[in-house]
Design a protein around this ligand. Sequence first.
Ligand code: ADP
Ligand code: MG
Length: 321
Amino acid sequence: MKMGKQSKNTAQTVVVALGGNALEDSSSPTADNQKKVIEASMTHIAELISAGMKVVVTHGNGPQVGRIGLQNEAAKEITPPMPFDVCGAMSQGMLGYHIQQALKGELNRRSMAAEVSSLITQVVVNPHDEAFNNPTKPIGPFYTKSEAEALERSEGYVMKEDSGRGFRRVIASPKPLEIVELATIKALLDENITVIAVGGGGVPVVKKGTTLDGVEAVIDKDFASAKLAENIDAHTLVILTEVEKVALNFGKENQKWLNTLTLQEVEEYTAQGHFAKGSMLPKVEACAAFVQSKKGRKALITSLSKVNEALRGETGTHIVS
Ligand code: ADP
Ligand code: MG
């Protein structure tokens, strides 16, 4: 009994954030393909659990929630469309379902009797977050200028032109303040249950007296993952994406892959514009915030297939104080 307790407390807790490429086949996003891609992704995550780590899986949902929105939009004459917070919860269920199924299957295959559970997670945001005055995150389908203007009038949406491709609705991307289901996540981890949480950055909610209300916003999954890692006192935050390392001059002739990034370098290189907004910048910022939050905390950015090597310090970009 005593020893069980001890092993619970000494196991390293790792928050692993999965990016788009770990979750879908973007050229053909069928359910079968989603299942296949996630099954392949989970072999790497199972490896971490086999190595004795306590894992919390977090994930993005951009394309998936975009498609749920499209389905709602297309079928609105037949059945009432769901608002964006509800679509976010649907995406957590849809992805969480395949992730927990695939991870459990892979652990079973390794004869590990492990429990895996995904949790609909709400994250509190500040209704006065400055992001609400300047919505930046494009969601859903493209519209012509006149359709966009009509939606602005009828629905009160903010519509912006998106990289020459037409007009899209943009919504706010506020900072995560508080994870509502935190105590549940901790209880599951204490029981050695692998948890899938804050999918898509969590469903953004605001406090209204004693209740919570969903808002039309998207929390960056990298920031939500860092917040969760801080709140559960995780040892390591791992952000998995398409690239094995972060680069300076990314995509240019003088591109240079980085093995480490100090907090000071994060500031300098960010000021110099090395990290793209909305893609690499939030990852680097989330890692820096986690490392800064307490001595000894580790954070790294790498690709899914390199996660095990990167955790052994053999590759990836490690953000260090
Ligand atoms: P995810 O879906 O995993 O959250 P994104 O596609 O939003 O990830 O962001 C990761 C991508 O950011 C990388 O695959 C790469 O194309 C791009 N990127 C932008 N700046 C950099 C940089 N400085 N170093 C490496 N990759 C970068
Ligand atoms: Mg992506």
